[in-house]
Ligand binder design. Sequence first.
Ligand SMILES: NC(=O)c1ccc[n+]([C@@H]2O[C@H](COP(=O)([O-])OP(=O)(O)OC[C@H]3O[C@@H](n4cnc5c(N)ncnc54)[C@H](O)[C@@H]3O)[C@@H](O)[C@H]2O)c1
Length: 352
Amino acid sequence: MMLDLPSSSLLENVSQLKGKVLLITGGAAGFGKSTALLAAQHGARVVIADLKPKLTAETLADIRKAGGTCTAPDEPVDVTHEDSLRNAFDHCIKEFGQVPDVVYANAGVALDDHFEDDYEIAATASQAAQPGPPRYITTDVNLNGALLTCALAQAYWKEHPASPGEGRKRRLAVLSSMGGMTAIPGGTTYSTSKSAVLGYWRDVCVDLQKQGERADFEFYAICPFFAKTRIFKPALLLVLAGIPLVPVPLIGQTLVHIAVRDTPLSAPPGGVIILPDHGDPAMGTPTEYDPLSPAWTATMHARCFKTDDWKKVKAWKRIWRDVAANYYGTSSLGLVIRAVLVSFARSARETP
Ligand SMILES: NC(=O)c1ccc[n+]([C@@H]2O[C@H](COP(=O)([O-])OP(=O)(O)OC[C@H]3O[C@@H](n4cnc5c(N)ncnc54)[C@H](O)[C@@H]3O)[C@@H](O)[C@H]2O)c1
């Protein structure tokens, strides 16, 4: 059965973060930034490995302002390029004198893409007899980039083994999504990439489990439902109005939890953590993650489709509140006042 991870206990061992080194791909925004800020506030040293220099500079400044220690390579880091990603690991060694203790393969994009539609677009645009190539951006970043990050972490750890007796101090996490377990209309390649990283996580865990107490790192896959970050298209906020989103800080806390989680050596070296709404995260072991097993289906169903909040999805009050807050950045009352003022202004203009 899945284990609830009460949000109140996520940061129980947070004092153990002191001095740990965390490398976060896509750490300049959203979940990555939330994790970086929280971890640095608790004494971790953070490497931001992100493609966007401006966001990276802002995040570094925010962490330093909060008294944290952080760094980023001079060149932007692109997870789809091995040399670029290697540079981030080497930068970590140069700046902090060690390989990262914790690596988050978090960088991701969400484009509106149906792989097969891209074929049609390319074919029409070029008027060529042969269809043009589809776009690979989503799978390049979300799948190949995540796999490369995980593979490099393991390679660097092998090159720089932990001291004996340190247990499974090292932690690896990959960002999947609830979209890795279920279909997302209009998000074919996104869903594909997120299911694939979940498959990768599960298979690596089989190896880790075979190694048992010899396994020198733990591996987690994180599957959040929608959360309001830059990846999120404004139109989606309207579609999802009334449905509880996952609070971004809760994802940051969950990722920090992984870094300091107290796992007995006899326990499986990792897990899959789902965040289906604004409630507590829940964790399953690699063997429990079997989409065909009745136990898994029952848990997912109970957790994702039967909560009180989902029953209230049709409550207009919630929908109205969310549209006001998410789309217009105001309260329901603020939106009503604004609408009244606009209609007064209009009728005044129309009066001869
Ligand atoms: N927000 C959601 O609703 C949601 C839900 C489930 C899973 N996720 C996943 O969580 C992860 C983080 O997403 P987020 O919501 O924080 O998005 P975000 O857009 O706020 O942050 C993503 C970061 O990744 C960086 N990035 C993009 N391409 C990169 C590349 N090639 N190399 C390096 N960095 C790159 C971006 O610059 C950005 O800073 C993603 O993998 C996303 O797919 C998001």
